[in-house]
Design a binder for this molecule. Structure first.
Ligand code: FDA
Length: 301
């Protein structure tokens, strides 16, 4: 099936019935409860991976919701420490109030950064739509002044990212480099598959050359291989970079990296608010979206 058709189907995933989305997106999510996430992290540790836990949810509209998410993260940190599990946390600013009350969001993140630091854990501040990029980087910069265990995410898709990393580098802020999942207009974002790849490698080269700790977050085997070339070329020692992948994606590539002795961190989402995250994963996976769409057609079930 032509790629454009795949893409059209992928875009239409938001019209799919929730139970169906849940059924096919289960592989991307640990479960609804903290216990599910802890069990997943334990399983990943058994195969040589570390993790970062994400509590599902975004764009909250009330202080109560944001505070509940903050408290759930604190509980997760306490349990990770008590159980001796190798995982940090990843948090979306809009789940902690960025969209409605930026000062409250900062206070929530400060609490989480302190709670994570007390347990020797890392807090990665996820990057959302471009409307939040500047505000999110501001948050990370402010947090990093008091908490070295806080890092940023940069999206290779965005035209502004080159300038953003120049802003983060002098402070030694760790960067997770990803392609970027949110659809953005051509004025601010690269659209072509190859040009996003090229920008990814340009940014990665710059980050590694400057001695930044980079989380190479991709399942694109071409980028992974090129990243390994850059790591060697810059003589980056073990412990100054890691690969990062999403739960349920790219397991053979993940296993190859672990077997070769590289650190691989897996992003483990859990919680009740699974719909938005699941749709984004399905949109990245046109083959699966197509199978669902065909399965929905009369006579094809
Ligand atoms: P690409 O999409 O080209 O995928 C490469 C290959 O991986 C595909 O050919 C396919 O085989 C496989 N694959 C990818 N996605 C799949 C899926 N859902 N199901 C099945 N197979 C799949 N984005 C963002 O905007 N803000 C953020 O904070 C983060 N955080 C983040 C953390 C981590 C640990 C990762 C790995 C990724 C993110 N992302 C993100 C998402 C990222 O921007 C990007 O959308 C995805 O990683 C997919 O891009 P790839 O680089 O994997 O390439």
């Amino acid at each position: 099936m032509p790629r454009v058709l795949d893409q059209a189907i992928a875009r239409s995933t938001r019209f799919l019935p929730r139970p169906l989305v849940h059924r096919v997106a289960k592989r991307y999510i640990a479960g609804e409860r903290l216990e599910d996430a802890l069990a997943t992290v334990r399983g990943l540790a058994a195969v040589g991976c570390v993790a970062t836990i994400d509590i599902l949810g975004e764009h909250v509209t009330s202080r109560e919701q944001a505070a509940a998410t903050r408290d759930a993260y604190k509980e997760a940190l306490a349990r990770l420490a008590a159980d001796g599990l190798p995982s940090g946390i990843s948090a979306k600013p809009t789940a902690l109030g960025l969209g409605t009350d930026p000062a409250f969001c900062l206070a929530n993140l400060q609490e989480l950064a302190a709670a994570a630091a007390a347990r020797g854990r890392f807090l990665r501040v996820d990057m959302e739509e471009s409307t939040y990029t500047s505000a999110t980087l501001d948050l990370v910069e402010q947090l990093h002044r008091d908490h070295a265990n806080v890092g940023a995410v940069v999206q290779a898709r965005l035209r502004r990212s080159e300038a953003d990393i120049e802003r983060l580098l002098p402070d030694g802020i760790s960067v997770r480099l990803c392609k970027g999942i949110y659809e953005e207009p051509p004025e601010i974002a690269l659209q072509g598959f190859q040009e996003i790849r090229e920008n990814y490698l340009r940014l990665l080269d710059r980050l590694l050359a400057a001695g930044c700790f980079v989380g190479v977050a991709t399942h694109d085997s071409f980028l992974v291989d090129q990243a390994l070339v850059l790591v060697r070329r810059h003589g980056i020692p073990e412990g100054r970079y890691e690969f990062q992948m999403l739960m349920g994606v790219g397991e053979p590539l993940r296993a190859r990296l672990v077997a070769a002795g590289h650190r691989v961190r897996v992003y483990v989402p859990y919680g009740r608010d699974w719909f938005g995250y699941s749709l984004r994963r399905l949109q990245e996976n046109p083959r699966m979206a197509r199978q669902i769409a065909l399965g929905l057609l009369p006579g094809k079930r």
